[in-house]
Design a protein around this ligand. Sequence first.
Ligand code: DGT
Ligand code: CA
Ligand code: CA
Ligand code: ZN
Length: 578
Amino acid sequence: MARANDAVAALLQEYADLLIVTGGEAFKSRVYEKAARAVAGHPLDVAAMDDGGLRKIAGVGTSIAEKIVEYLRTGQVAAVDTLRLRVPSGVLELIRIPTLGPKRAVQLHDELGVASIDELRDAIAAGKLAGHRGFGAKTAENILHGIEVLERSHGRVLLSVATAAAEQIVEALRGAPGCIRCTWAGSLRRFRETVGDVDILAAATGPGPLMDTFTQLSMVADVLAKGATKSSVRLHGDLQVDLRVIPPAAWGAALQYFTGSKPHNVRVREIAVRAGFKLSEYGLFRVDDGSLVASETEEAVYERLGLQWVPPPLREDRGEVEAARNRALPALVTAADIRGDLHTHTDLTDGVAPLADMVAAARARGYEYYAVTDHAKNMPMQRMTDDKMLAQRRTLRELETGGGPVLLHGTELNIGPDGELDWPGAFLSGFDLCVASVHSHFNQPAAQLTHRLVSACENPHVTILGHPTTRLIGKRPPLDADFDAVFAAAARTGTILEINSFPDRLDLPDELILRAKRHGVRFAVDTDAHAPVHLDHLRYGIGTAQRGWLPADDVVNTWPIERLRACIDAKRTAAARS
Ligand code: DGT
Ligand code: CA
Ligand code: CA
Ligand code: ZN
């Protein structure tokens, strides 16, 4: 929303899907898909670029640039609209199922007459898919999974999308006359992976000008309600935003109330009631004489209840209130603790920026170290070879002599269907570190998936297990593996678990971080950046780590480089001894 890139990328991806559905050339579809990825990862806002600038983006030629310009000018693209009209509306609905894909959506429509998600669910239940080419029992199950994922995500948006919108709105409101403070609360402040609606809170002397500014923002599609203390709008792209304006003296109490979560607030209110208080969005009051006890800051509200201030990511009723009462809340890891990134890509594989640009971006962030981990050779699409990898290593060493972060040469290995990796130990030992991830065969039986992940942990050269569940929020469910067994193997072998910061991954998710922590595992908060702008996604990974109650010491990329290297070497030598 702050950048037009995401909307443009979504449109290009839709066009790629529509080309397949309407029987267009697969080649052309792939061109649009590639351009969609490049636009999403481009450092500059496409809304601020002219035709010439657009055509400099990798994979964007004349006709794609024209479509982007048309979209930015008019909000639509005639070619996309034309294709949409050629596709039955039922098929358009089916394409949205993440595990189905455009080709099979058409097949279902043409061969079975399925024209909606409900009809598809009925057809599967009646066993009608059986016997149709490409639709085995496993496929049907997989489609049902996809429908479930789609319906669960209904109406919720990714944390990154909500954050971008909230930042823009808060900036506008802070400039409005009479605004004293403004920030966001709700699930967004708690860093939940998806957000139902954005809750903005402002303290002002008079709410009028804020409500006017808010409802007149150019990103607003509809004003749902406009009042003296509360207004609600729907943005282009469907996200709902609520604004509450409160008197400055109530700031702390209101922020506490509207940050939630509801279960956390229930716990806190119970404590208030037992102590003879009443807690509302206006303040903490004594029940006997109605006098105000605290309201100006959140800290004061928690303090008067005998509690430590609770960081918002912890406010989920997972034991944080008890811990706050015992002064036992963890000192959570913050972005300022991070010394380097351990999982990033370049245009040698599917990144969109050259090595030198990625390194320059890492240097600009002030990182002490930075690992480049392009995809390994068993992923055919990436066209990786031993020679290319070794050549990249030489370039990396040359870049390092220019100052800046210590550069680590790594790779992202593919954990094969039987747990095998891309290269033998002799070649792997040449890397400073290796990330290993599952990129294929997601639907194997649980025991086999567990075996694959455990085997990867047991390889002495595997430093980090990348995006361990492989879920894509709203698109692909997590692997059906026995994660407690995987975490136990990671702890036993000294394998680090990734917290991937990419907004549609956030993998490991918070609940699995909590489980893994009980096994005594260490974590790495990485961005998996495919472009310089992606290094900024770190904040979402940090928020997720905080929701998993992690202190800095549990996160290896807060450590000095010597300690990190010693940890990597320790795993390799322990394996060599045994
Ligand atoms: P979301 O929007 O579904 O991602 O989740 P939240 O947590 O942002 O929920 P939302 O927007 O309904 O409400 C924001 C916060 O306001 C919520 O976390 C707690 C507070 N809140 C809203 N309504 C109530 C209520 O009826 N009772 C209490 N105790 N708190 C409420
Ligand atoms: Ca909300
Ligand atoms: Ca709300
Ligand atoms: Zn990966």
